[in-house]
Ligand binder design. Structure first.
Ligand SMILES: O=C(O)CCC(=O)C(=O)O
Ligand SMILES: [Fe+2]
Length: 201
């Protein structure tokens, strides 16, 4: 496992934010095992979101786990967190060592196949504070994760997120860069992503 702190890692963004990628963070073998466990153990749901005032089903399954006293809302829906499981706590501890902050919640996304996706957005809800640190762990099928600069739109970055990898977004990234997980219709395998967040409350 790569436990080098942020300071030894190269920032992948050219300007206006920070992005660090640890491809071998958990490793392939353990990655697949964890994928299967999460698929079974997590209380997955397909939730609606509001887009331009309309209720639309999300093209993926989601779940929220975290400190139970703190509710968390995004895209017009409020989610009551489930209590931490042993496995989620184990992963949280691992990434807190690298991120050097304590997370309060994890938002989980299950992309059942390449048709499931997430559109362009920034993780800039008020509850996350001014410059949120977001720790993202990936299991299962490799999917492209893309960034584009919010103003220029032409500055772009594509990272195929490996099974068992860890991606850390921090600094002013959420002000200046949007990210998405586009459809990849030829991919039949599933992917589970965990984004750990700290709610300021
Ligand atoms: O699936 C991913 O890697 C990204 C998830 C994401 O951007 C989010 O949950 O806000
Ligand atoms: Fe996001």
């Amino acid at each position: 496992m790569n436990l080098f702190p942020i300071s030894f890692q190269q920032n992948l963004l050219p300007y206006d934010g920070e992005l660090y990628y640890y491809p071998d963070f958990i490793g392939e073998d353990q990655g697949f095992t964890i994928f299967e466990r999460l698929k079974d153990e997590i209380q997955w749901k397909q939730e609606p979101i509001m887009i331009f005032g309309k209720k639309v089903m999300q093209p993926r399954l989601t779940a929220l786990y975290g400190d139970p006293q703190i509710p968390y809302g995004y895209s017009g829906i409020m989610m009551e967190p489930n209590s931490w499981t042993d496995l989620l706590l184990e992963i949280k501890l691992k990434i807190e060592e690298v991120a050097r902050i304590k997370f309060t919640h994890v938002l989980l996304n299950y992309y059942r196949d390449g048709v499931d996706s997430m559109g362009w957005h920034r993780d800039n809800e008020k509850e996350l504070g001014k410059n949120p640190t977001i720790g993202s762990v990936s299991f299962g099928a490799v999917r492209d994760f893309q960034f584009r600069h919010y103003i220029s739109k032409s500055d772009k970055l594509n990272i195929p997120l490996q099974n068992g990898s860890f991606l850390l977004m921090s600094g002013s990234t959420q002000h200046h860069w949007e990210h998405q997980l586009p459809k990849r219709k030829k991919i039949s395998g599933g992917r589970i992503n965990l984004t750990f967040r700290k709610i300021i409350g």
